[in-house]
Ligand binder design. Structure first.
Ligand code: EPU
Length: 348
């Protein structure tokens, strides 16, 4: 087969996934423009190669080497559009670093994504799991996403209301492989009230006059809070929260709360969200480690690759934790990161 010039063979992915798993890609290409994307994907389709679109690799577990083509999304670009008196639209190329984009917006005085500081990964990956922290989700400010729809074979702009955003979920996550995100648009504001009510942030600002805070102050507070609790993937390989916070019926919540009065939870109108970290912590897993992998000692929701762990090590530990939580609380935790290759996902 005649190989497009930029595609490389047998490339290590270890530095491209935040868990530091030593998987490799049979084929690999960096894509830094949308004009490059179509021909590369057409080539993969002609050759029958499965493709994996890779952002920052901070929300996946390589269970094995990847036998197809890994396309690393490297489209750069940050610009402002529709600049009005109070609001503006920030346009981000999918390959932009998310955290730097947050600081860029906050430093310009724009509010909306400051609570999402220090979330690892790229802008293009952010809508897939509708990243969220400290009471804010990406979907709160996202206007639209530009995608290549591989099923329809055309470029599309998908508006927020069609992205099906939910807690750590979206259209893009539900139809894996169909959409390749190349650009996002976020509507930010100079005056929108900032969200400071989440316990960790409220504690941070306790006793301070929050009226005067700038979005950069809030981003910096979020960074301080995250650094206290969450390990830096550059130093301690991890994929952030390894499980979603489970959502249960109000009847289940009432029963759990009467059995475990200390259990934290966030009841809503129809369902309640539980704290997966607390459930895992109660089962005694916090700080656990074997020779290769373990559980963070300050946040039980974060699994860590201490030393040369592979995908099986991580997934085996996750499964042991999941089983313990089901046994003790009758609650089934769902993994947050995706498993690649997908067929090896233990829960499905
Ligand atoms: N808790 C424990 N043990 C622990 C950690 C926490 O009992 O080891 C308890 C806490 O006391 C608290 C509750 O669990 O009552 C919730 O903990 P925390 O506020 O730290 O938040 P979380 O629900 O564990 C979620 C997100 C994080 C996000 C924080 C802040 C999910 C799956 N995780 O964690 O997102 O930063 O809230 O908004 O929704 C990520 O997705 O990678 C991530 C880090």
């Amino acid at each position: 087969m005649s190989l497009p010039a930029d595609i490389r063979e047998h490339v290590s992915l270890q530095a491209m996934n935040s868990l530091g798993i030593a998987a490799s890609a049979r084929w690999f290409v960096d894509v830094d423009s949308d004009t490059q994307l179509g021909p590369i994907l057409d080539y993969a389709d002609r050759e029958g190669l499965p493709t994996l679109i890779l952002g920052g690799g901070s929300n996946l577990v390589f269970a094995d080497d990847y036998s197809g083509l890994v396309v690393r999304m490297a489209i750069a670009g940050r610009r402002w559009e529709q600049v009005e008196a109070d609001s503006a639209v920030l346009v981000l190329g999918a390959g932009e670093n998310w955290h730097e984009s947050v600081l860029y917006a906050a430093a310009a005085g724009y509010r909306g994504i400051e609570n999402l500081a220090l979330i690892p990964g790229t802008a293009g990956a952010a809508p897939v799991q509708n990243i969220g922290a400290y009471g804010v989700e990406l979907g709160d400010s996202l206007v639209s996403v530009t995608v290549l729809d591989r099923e329809a074979g055309q470029w599309r702009v998908i508006a927020n209301e069609d992205c099906d955003f939910a807690y750590r979920d979206s259209l893009f996550k539900r139809q894996p492989g169909r959409f390749v995100i190349t650009e996002l648009r976020l509507r930010l504001s100079r005056s929108r009230p900032m969200v400071l009510g989440y316990a960790d942030l409220a504690d941070y600002f306790d006793g301070q006059n929050t009226e005067e805070l700038t979005p950069l102050d809030v981003a910096q507070a979020v960074m301080a809070v995250r650094r206290r609790k969450l390990p830096d993937p550059q130093q301690v390989p991890n994929a952030g929260s390894f499980f979603k916070n489970p959502v249960v019926s109000l009847a289940t919540w009432d029963k759990l709360k009467s059995d475990y009065p200390d259990m934290p939870g966030y009841p809503g109108a129809q369902t309640a969200k539980l704290a997966a970290a607390w459930l895992i912590d109660q089962c005694g897993w916090k700080g656990y480690r074997n020779e290769r992998v373990g559980v963070h000692n300050r946040q039980a929701l974060v699994l860590i690759n201490h030393s040369g762990g592979n995908g099986t090590d991580v997934l085996t530990l996750a499964e042991r934790i999941r089983k313990d939580v089901v046994k003790r609380f009758g609650v089934a935790l769902e993994m947050e990161p995706g498993v690649i290759p997908a067929v090896l996902t233990p829960e499905k």
